[in-house]
Design a protein around this ligand. Structure first.
Ligand code: NAD
Length: 367
């Protein structure tokens, strides 16, 4: 039987926590839906917890880790992105942190695709016509038309787990695909997608031939009808190719005036002031966002400008928000299950206690 480990969860992650309780862990859950104040997380760390369950809302840095010094053994994050955790600090304190990669890949990619579809075919504006009783007639082109997705070209920025899943979904919609990733090019995957595209064409499943290829960033921006972003948030000093404000005025201006931008990665990858101008001044045709520089999106955000509401879709960080994806206690299916398993691996010294062998630990370099 494992020790009576003490765990503090900064939010309720559902029945997966019962897995811990059944193993004799003492689990305390912050009861409110909002994030706890940082001072409370520091206080809990100081109180001698063994494990801390976090989400992207919690800033985990030297202050928290110092408070947990000597006792806190693991931070287990319910998300694949971990830009809220200061990796250098975690390494200095030699505290492993885990994340929930893979189990949200398909959910996030399909949501990105649905956002793209909503934007292209103007679903939000069209439903408003119906609901507001402004649907007066059927007409060939009035009051507006949307843009087809089929046969168009999409640029996938970042071909990691979610980028590749998005490629697969776009290929199914007969799209041409431009890929860009400065650190990881998966040519085997791209070759397999091209083969399926060719097969679909020769067997008459898709009328037009489609293609996929890696290209430089600028070429992707210049040529694409849609741009979908799947990068981690990496600030200056964290990467040779940081992603903070990757979509700034200079790069937004490279896109076609008819192009659409979809972002399900992290808000600060886009300079929102520049994007609001891009939409208002028609440098690009539209944008659909799931993530923001500041979340929740502030009431005075320029993205809320009614002048651009017909071409700016705003979703509340919802891309992984599907039932099984978020809450399944099965570590092969749900973020909650994977989060709890990552915590158990460290506390119960699975894999012979070798942190480097634990699949969900991120900062293996510190050990
Ligand atoms: P991943 O690490 O598998 O893939 C990220 C890819 O981006 C990597 O291949 C990397 O080389 C590439 N990259 C890094 N810098 C780049 C740059 N400057 N330009 C282009 N590509 C670059 O991660 P993933 O599992 O695919 O997740 C991607 C991100 O999506 C996460 O880090 C997270 O922030 C975000 N995310 C958001 C939601 C949501 O609910 N909206 C859900 C899941 C993930």
């Amino acid at each position: 039987m494992p020790e009576h480990f003490r765990v503090f969860a900064t939010c309720d992650i559902g029945e997966a926590l019962d897995v811990l309780r059944k193993r004799g862990y003492q689990v305390e859950v912050y009861p409110d839906p909002e994030a706890p104040p940082k001072a409370l997380i520091v206080e809990k760390a100081r109180s001698g917890i063994d494990g801390l369950i976090t989400t992207i809302r919690d800033q985990i840095d030297a202050e928290v880790l110092e408070a947990g010094k000597g006792r806190l053994k693991v931070v287990s994050q319910l998300a694949v992105g971990f830009d809220n955790i200061n990796r250098a600090d975690a390494n200095r304190y030699k505290i492993p942190f885990t994340h929930t990669a893979d189990v949200l890949t398909e959910a996030t990619a399909e949501f990105a695709f649905f956002m793209l579809g909503d934007l292209a075919r103007r679903l939000w504006t069209a439903e408003h016509l119906t609901r507001e009783n402004k649907w007066g007639y059927w007409h060939p082109y009035l009051p507006f038309l949307g843009d087809e997705v089929t046969g168009k070209t999409i640029a996938i920025i970042g071909t990691g787990r979610i980028g590749l899943a998005m490629i697969k979904k776009c290929a199914g919609f007969d799209m041409n695909i431009l890929c860009y990733d400065p650190a990881y090019e998966n040519h085997e995957y791209v070759k397999a997608i091209q083969e399926t595209m060719d097969l679909r064409h020769t067997r008459g499943i898709q009328k037009e031939k489609t293609w996929i290829k890696y290209v430089p960033f600028e070429e992707a921006l210049v040529q694409a009808d849609f741009v979908s972003v799947h990068v981690p948030l990496l600030r200056e000093g964290e990467s040779q190719t940081p992603t903070y404000h990757l979509f700034n005025e200079k790069n937004l201006r490279k896109m076609k005036p008819t192009a659409f931008l979809v972002n399900t990665s992290r808000g600060p990858v886009i300079d929102e002031n520049a994007l609001a101008r891009a939409l208002k001044e028609n440098w690009i045709a539209g944008a659909a966002l799931d993530v923001y520089e500041k979340e929740p999106l502030p009431a005075d955000s320029p993205l809320r400008d009614p002048a651009i509401e017909d071409r700016c879709r705003l979703l509340p960080h919802f891309a992984s928000a599907a039932k099984i994806t978020r809450l399944s206690p099965d570590p092969n299916k749900g973020m909650a299950g994977r989060c709890v398993q990552g915590l158990i691996d460290v506390l119960e010294k699975n894999y012979g206690g070798d942190v480097k062998k634990m699949p969900y630990v991120v900062n293996k370099e510190a050990f």
